[in-house]
Design a binder for this molecule. Structure first.
Ligand code: FMN
Length: 379
């Protein structure tokens, strides 16, 4: 096993181990992937101010996100099909996050169900909801999230229709799944991955299995889901969800200051500035470019979280410097899991925290809560 020193090492190990259809599903973006690339390029373009001769002996990365104490302001973002990167991946991800002291978000499109995860971990986790055309089913998911004692509901707003990811079509990760010779050969070339995933408690969408009439297999469930994303979703539905849920709510997928202002009037607790990791509207701006405009538009009226392109502790600090109260990681998490299971997720969190801590020191910052634009040149 090579010495793992950064997230990119985990990405390489994961991409060697996991079948191509799944590893492309994780890594790739929609259409020409302009927004996927912009998320990274615009983060890297932000330059820190190197400060010296400031006593940085005692430093802290502790913070709060949506009212919860966290070891560092980094939560695990909802990632569909997590359990196809590593058997029972959602449970392992939740366990690693909880021992580390950061929030874990379970996707509606997870392999392990809400109940599987709730039964396997001791602390509350967050649940991400897609509002489906079948409002009765959405309402039942909210009830199940309550019963699972989830501490926040993450309502995703940027997937009323699905952006096309070319690689998913080429790899046969479609509705219904298309098994080509190439896909089969690739799975055959990854026997360790295939054997591991087959030992998982589930191989299909855990939150949907057994709940949708006549839908037992991954194929029929995928069909059902594809017809269930709801283009009619509106702010009225946000009200409806908030009423049913009654607890802390986070609106995910806000990129425009006008939407952020509306979100701040809904009574939601937080927003996530996000373009779905470059997987939806291709050609829109990076989330880091959107962040300062959104922060300016909402001020202190609603907590602002950020995701899109985070691959290091330096990236976390960049987002905090531009006004995010906390961040979320999608691909970095999936790569850690795909590379080494639970230990890989822990490794991701350790890497990010160490990088964050050292970068704070070299910028002359003792407490992560004091991050401000003054950390950056020209911001
Ligand atoms: C493989 C994959 C699956 C995802 N599935 C979901 C999902 O089910 N629900 C959701 O709200 N966001 C989903 N996202 C988006 C992430 O929650 C997050 O916004 C994004 O990954 C952040 O960008 P990053 O991957 O550069 O960290 C997914 C992202 C990836 C990479």
């Amino acid at each position: 096993m090579p010495v793992v020193t950064n997230i990119d090492d985990l990405r390489r190990i994961a991409q060697r181990r996991v079948a191509k259809a799944i590893s492309d599903y994780v890594a790739r973006g929609s259409y020409d992937e302009q927004t996927l690339r912009a998320n990274r390029a615009d983060l890297e373009a932000l330059k820190f101010r190197q400060r010296v001769a400031i006593d940085v002996d005692r430093r802290s990365t502790r913070a709060t996100m949506v009212g919860e104490d966290v070891a560092m302001p980094v939560a695990i973002a909802p990632v569909g099909l997590t359990g196809l990167n590593w058997a029972d991946g959602e449970i392992l991800g939740a366990r690693a996050a909880q021992s580390f002291g950061v929030p874990f978000t379970l996707s509606t499109m997870s392999i392990c169900s809400l109940e599987d995860v709730a039964g396997a971990v001791s602390k509350p986790f967050w649940f991400q909801l897609y509002v489906m055309r079948d409002r009765g089913f959405s309402a039942s998911l909210i009830e199940r999230a309550k019963a699972a004692r989830c501490s926040a509901l993450v309502l995703t707003l940027d997937l009323q229709v699905q952006g096309q990811r070319h690689m998913d079509l080429k790899n046969g990760l479609t509705v219904p799944p298309r098994l080509t010779l190439a896909t089969l050969l690739d799975v055959a070339a990854k026997p360790g991955w295939a054997f591991n995933v087959l030992t998982g408690r589930r191989k299909s969408f855990g939150n949907l299995e057994g709940r949708i009439p006549d839908a037992r297999s991954l194929t029929t469930l995928s069909h059902w889901i594809a017809g269930q994303f709801d283009p009619t979703l509106s702010w009225k539905d946000v009200e409806w969800v908030r009423g049913l849920w009654g607890g802390r709510i986070i609106l995910k997928g806000i990129l425009d200051p006008e939407d952020a202002k509306i979100a701040a009037t809904t009574g939601a607790d937080a927003i996530v500035v996000s373009n779905h990791g470059g997987r939806q509207l291709d050609g829109t701006i990076s989330s880091i470019r959107a962040l300062p405009e959104v922060v300016q538009a909402v001020g202190e009226r609603i907590e602002v979280l950020f995701d899109g392109g985070i691959r290091s502790g330096q990236d976390v600090l960049r987002a905090l410097a531009l006004g995010a109260k906390g961040t979320m990681i999608g691909k970095s998490f999936a790569w850690g899991l795909g590379a080494m299971g639970e230990a890989g997720v822990t490794k991701v969190l350790e890497i990010l925290q160490k990088e964050l801590d050292v970068t704070m020191a070299l910028c002359g910052l003792r407490d992560v809560k004091d991050a401000s634009p003054a950390l950056l040149r020209g911001a």
